[in-house]
Design a protein around this ligand. Structure first.
Ligand SMILES: [Zn+2]
Length: 62
């Protein structure tokens, strides 16, 4: 089973929204349900738990 965020990064599923910004670690999109000003910041790498994110990425989110 593929998670919702990985499906989103593949352009599928209910969370796909307009891309605002990206780099090699994260993707930022508008919320697909149309909440103005609500952005989703996703890791490009699958991470089921916050503890699974590499320290480089957790520093990136700060
Ligand atoms: Zn995933």
């Amino acid at each position: 089973m593929v998670c919702l965020i990985c499906r989103k990064h593949g352009g599928e599923g209910p969370l796909v929204g307009p891309r605002v910004w990206h780099d090699d670690l994260v993707v930022v999109t508008h919320h697909p349900a149309g909440f103005p000003g609500h952005l989703l910041v996703d890791s490009r790498r699958h991470a089921p738990e916050l503890a699974d994110l590499a320290s480089r990425l957790t520093e990136h989110f700060r």
